[in-house]
Ligand binder design. Structure first.
Ligand code: ADP
Length: 494
């Protein structure tokens, strides 16, 4: 009972572990997949925006390079008004002539021009990211140029890797505490957050591309996880059912085997077989000799027919003798001592009790096994040993049926009383054995049970003796009955 409980608990634990582990793995795999997709998108966004920023640098450099040596002469300045129509993100192109000033209403252009002159590349002039605009200034001679850029139009829509309206990813450009939101995304309050931050690959426009993604609980693969848990539970239940079926089948096979051994050894069965086999030749013998007797009484006697009848009688007598010889060979005790082998008595007892588990449960008996530690192995023939333990326990269970369920106790003590011996005591708390029966227990056909054959104990005793062991009834004291099986220890074998 206890073992079954342990087995069920272990199965439940294994099921919970497998279900939890599998579901966790599925969730982990989904999170990894989402994170990889996020990082790929963020890298594409960074590349696209960097390409735009580099494009701004290139436009400014081209303007500076192609500007006319003297004002109002060249082709570059003539192209200025057309630039916004080619590049929609360019709102305006400003020019500061060599001796002039920047047009008004664009603060910070002078400072940015000085920075540009110092660094050798374009510089930002007081960006207003909240409005999504900034000026990019390139100092040059004779004139310097500035682009007024609109970030809203800088985002390449056709190449953008996400749907800006529905994507859960938040993308912003950040610079000096200012933020321009490209797409706001959907950021749940709880979940797993992934981030990306990288400055644009254009030193003139050091804006940070920041992407943020929070995977909410609702995005986990719940259906697959639930399906896995259901599958694990079903597999555990099926495995348990299979296991129970296997144990029941093994038990049935073992019982059948023991039953066959017992039947083979049952003198009663042999007697029935012998009677059946002898009946026919003896009847023929009797009728043959009676006929001969009658013929000899005739005058004159028909000696020829008498001779034939007697010859038949001799033949039948031989047949009967053959039958007896065959049966005698069958009942001869096998030399079990020759087949004895080292065995662990606790394991043999455990096996026998396992076979009888249903019988014990049906009678509400929980066998108590007390084994001394470090018991030596015993020398025994495995089937005979199992047969003896089986019979003793069955007898004890039958005896226990006669007392109330609450008082039923069955103890099995495994001890080593002397170094060369190992002893098994099967003690029950049944009604015990009356003194007049104690003397006759091991006599064949002695039984007090209706339907009993009285062959169990004699068989056990003869099996025990055949393998160099002994079986005895323990002196009566206390409640119930106790049988003691003493086996030679394997180490004591010469
Ligand atoms: P059977 O079980 O067929 O009667 P056994 O040889 O096994 O044959 O037992 C002979 C008798 O010994 C039983 O009928 C019973 O009276 C008695 N006996 C055996 N074991 C016990 C026991 N544990 N408690 C009481 N009586 C027992």
């Amino acid at each position: 009972m206890n073992r079954a409980w342990h087995r069920r608990t272990a199965a439940a634990l294994a099921c919970i572990l497998a279900a939890g582990g599998g579901a966790g793995w599925l969730a982990h795999a989904r999170l990894q997949q989402l994170q990889a997709a996020f990082e790929t998108d963020a890298r594409i966004v960074h590349r696209l925006l960097s390409q735009r920023a580099v494009q701004h640098d290139a436009i400014l450099s081209t303007l500076a390079l192609l500007q006319p040596a003297a004002p109002e002469q060249g082709s570059a300045d003539a192209a200025l008004p057309r630039l916004p129509s080619v590049y929609p993100q360019i709102l305006d192109v400003l020019r500061r002539p060599a001796d002039g000033a920047w047009p008004a209403a664009a603060p910070g252009l002078d400072t940015a021009e000085a920075a540009s002159r110092a660094s050798g590349h374009a510089a930002l002039a007081q960006p207003d990211l909240a409005a999504g605009r900034y000026h990019l200034v390139l100092a040059s001679t004779p004139a310097s140029y500035a682009l007024h850029i609109d970030l809203h139009a800088s985002v390449p829509r056709d190449e953008w890797p996400m749907d800006r309206a529905t994507s859960p990813v938040r993308v912003t450009l950040e610079h000096a505490g200012q933020t321009f939101t490209i797409q706001s995304g959907h950021i749940p309050a709880h979940g797993w957050t992934y981030g990306f931050r990288k400055t644009l690959a254009a030193p003139s426009q050091p804006l940070d591309v920041v992407a943020l993604r929070t995977v909410g609980w609702s995005e986990l693969p719940w259906l697959a996880m639930l399906a896995w848990c259901a599958f694990t539970a079903a597999a555990t239940v099926a495995a348990q059912a299979l296991w129970r079926q296997r144990v029941a089948r093994r038990r049935a096979e073992e019982l059948l085997r023991l039953g066959q051994v017992a039947r083979l050894n049952t003198l009663g069965e042999l007697a029935v077989g012998m009677a059946h086999e002898l009946n026919q030749p003896l009847t023929a013998l009797l009728s043959g000799t009676q006929a001969a007797q009658r013929l000899l009484g005739d005058d004159p006697p028909d000696l020829e027919t008498v001779r034939t009848a007697m010859a038949r009688a001799v033949e039948q007598a031989r047949r009967a003798s053959d039958v007896v010889g065959r049966l005698r060979r069958l009942v001869e005790r096998p030399d079990l001592a020759g087949q004895a082998q080292p065995l662990q008595l606790p394991a043999a007892v455990h096996d026998a009790l396992h076979l009888l588990e249903p019988e014990c449960r049906a009678r509400a008996v929980a066998p108590e096994v007390h084994a001394e530690p470090h018991l030596p192995a015993v020398l025994a023939e495995p089937v005979a040993l199992q047969q003896i333990v089986h019979n003793l326990v069955v007898n004890a269970l039958q005896a226990l049926e006669q007392v109330p369920a609450a008082e039923r106790r069955l103890e099995l003590h495994l001890t080593a009383p002397t170094p060369g011996q190992v002893q098994l005591t099967v003690r029950d708390h049944g009604p015990g054995i009356p003194p007049e029966a104690r003397e006759r227990l091991f006599e064949p056909f002695f039984t007090t049970r209706a339907g009993g054959l009285g062959l169990g104990l004699p068989l056990c005793e003869s099996l025990a003796q055949a393998m160099g062991a002994s079986l005895q009834l323990a002196p009566g004291h206390g409640r119930g009955a106790a049988f003691v099986l003493r086996l030679p220890a394997a180490t004591s074998k010469p």
